[in-house]
Design a protein around this ligand. Structure first.
Ligand code: CP
Ligand code: NVA
Length: 311
């Protein structure tokens, strides 16, 4: 069986822990794993813009001994001129894995169904699971453990980051609290999946419209842009709705005294977060950004190893 990483719960709790431990090892010893030596190529497609994901996959694939082939989807036949299924069959004849940033989660699922090589979600409208591996790594570095820690996500509860916090946080045994306006609360099926996972890991899930309730006593406070890629036309309406759901010093004061602040970036200071927080002493956003590299390298090593095992 081929292993894919399309959503955060594609890794079991034990598997997620294995990937994070490997990421810590690779952070300490950057070239310790070279599964792509040959070199083999990894195809990386972008349907949306990117800085961190693009650079971290390019550098990470090279670190693993491979060659990254980064393509803006508009430059390829994928989507407009050629089906996902046909693309998937061509790719498996040439590359070791596919990494894809796209809109619909269903496209990633179709790609995964049609190929024998691992497919990695580099952000979709529904999830951003690679970011979550980096975020959990950052929390682990700071606190040593994940299980039992509480994480408050404040802002757009219906976006990819909120959904990934629910699934990945529950998988790690964390207490995940989402504070968002009622019309922007997380998708019900994802909340249900997160609750089901949390019941097995000792974690929990709280969804509230009160950002202070979410942040109270939290070890980790996190937010994301109010306007995700693809939502630009809703900018004015979103800024109006999310006012009051930004992270400022008063909200950080509700959290634990040693709480850390995370943001996947890019950040919009004065909107979802005040400069005093993201540029302040509790912010670990630059470690978080660097950890994309280490976490994704570990993920690729793990996926390639488990896919080969099964062949
Ligand atoms: N956090 C993140 O995915 O950043 P990019 O959009 O720059 O890749
Ligand atoms: N929610 C954001 C995350 C960016 C990394 C978006 O989808 O644009």
């Amino acid at each position: 069986m081929t292993r894919h990483f399309l959503r955060d719960d594609d890794l079991s709790p034990a598997e997620q822990a294995e990937v994070l431990d490997l990421a810590l090892r690779l952070k300490a010893d950057r070239f310790a794993e070279r599964p792509l030596e040959g070199p083999q190529t990894v195809a990386v497609f972008f349907d949306k813009t990117s800085t961190r994901t693009r650079i971290s996959f390019a550098v990470g694939i090279a670190d693993l001994g491979g060659v990254p082939l980064i393509t803006a989807s508009g430059d390829s036949q994928l989507g407009a001129k050629e089906s996902i299924a046909d693309t998937a069959r061509v790719l498996e004849r040439m590359v070791a894995a596919v990494v894809w940033r796209t809109f619909a989660q269903s496209g990633l699922e179709e790609m995964a169904e049609g190929t024998t090589i691992p497919v990695v979600n580099a952000l979709s409208d529904d999830f951003h699971p690679c970011q979550l591996l980096a975020d959990l790594l950052t929390v682990k570095e700071r606190f040593g453990d994940l299980a039992g820690r509480s994480l408050a996500y404040v802002g757009d509860g219906a976006n990819n980051m909120a959904h990934s916090y629910l699934l990945a946080g529950a998988t790690a045994g964390m207490h995940v609290r989402i504070g968002s306006p009622a019309d922007y609360s997380p998708r019900a099926d994802i909340v249900e999946d997160a609750r089901r996972i949390a019941a097995t890991t000792g974690g929990s899930v709280l969804v509230t419209t009160d950002s202070r309730e979410a942040a109270r006593g939290a070890d980790v406070v996190v937010t994301d842009t109010w306007i995700s890629m693809g939502q630009e036309a809703e900018k004015a309406e979103r800024i109006a709705v999310f006012g009051g759901f930004g992270v400022d010093d008063a909200l950080m004061a509700e959290a634990s005294a040693d709480a850390i602040f995370l943001h996947c970036l890019p950040a919009y200071r004065g909107y979802e977060v005040e400069a005093s927080v993201i540029d302040g002493p509790q912010s670990v956003v630059w470690d978080e950004a660097e950890n994309r590299l280490h976490a994704q390298k570990a993920l690729l090593v793990w996926l390639l190893a488990h896919t080969e095992d099964a062949r």
